[in-house]
Design a protein around this ligand. Structure first.
Ligand code: IMP
Length: 197
């Protein structure tokens, strides 16, 4: 079966991508493994635009195979869906997530449980060898907690509470998170879309 190159340098993402795509594709490579370096400016206004920007940049540098890229973020309803597509850059790219999480919690001070709704969103783009492009999007709904909890995962996971599980996504194992996460769902959707063509 065909080769997939995923435009990310993040090893955690690659583990998730490999476990979900392994039954369909024999070769699943990160940019690093494919020895591709591509400079991209993620200046899109939507997750889909940013994912496409990354996938197109890598597709230009390789021949053969499907190139995929993702873009994701956290939307907090009470903050007009901030930080959204700016999630990685919120308060500065180099600011620690401990600081970013504390800031978001303080911006929700006094906000009751039912108004703390939020979601992680993930768009995945694929550029096919013949130039065709596809995008999919998925989300996981949750609530912003009152303090950081858990040490698994990354980024905003310690403040993202999943009501059905009674835990934050930082309190889930990697396997548990992959089953319900925005990225896991989007990857499975993309796999289904690619089967159709
Ligand atoms: P990107 O998709 O790699 O550009 O990253 C988007 C940003 O959204 C990350 O840097 C995190 O801040 C946040 N984010 C996306 N997915 C997750 C997640 O599963 N857990 C925690 N934070 C996330």
């Amino acid at each position: 079966m065909e080769r997939v190159i995923f435009a990310t340098g993040n090893e955690g993402k690659m583990r998730e991508i490999r476990s979900i795509l392994a039954d369909t594709y024999t070769e699943i490579l990160s940019m690093k493994e494919a020895e591709i370096r591509a400079e991209v400016t993620e200046d899109g206004k939507t997750y889909e635009e940013n994912a496409l920007i990354k996938a197109r940049a890598v597709a230009e540098a390789v021949s053969g195979g499907i190139v995929m890229a993702d873009d994701s973020g956290l939307e907090i309803d009470f903050l007009n869906r901030e930080p959204g597509v700016y999630s990685a850059r919120y308060m500065g790219e180099n600011t620690s997530y401990h600081v970013k999480n504390a800031n978001l919690i303080s911006r929700l001070e006094g906000v009751p449980e039912e108004k703390r709704t939020a979601r992680f969103v993930c768009a995945i783009a694929a550029v096919l060898p013949d130039g065709r492009e596809l995008t999919v999007r998925a989300a996981i709904e949750g609530r912003i907690g009152y303090e950081e909890k858990g040490s698994n995962g990354f980024g905003y996971d310690p403040i993202f509470y999943v009501p059905e599980l009674g835990r934050t996504t930082a309190e889930l194992t990697e396997e548990e998170k992959n089953l319900i996460s925005h990225r896991g769902k989007a990857l499975r959707l993309m796999k289904e879309e690619l089967k159709k063509i």
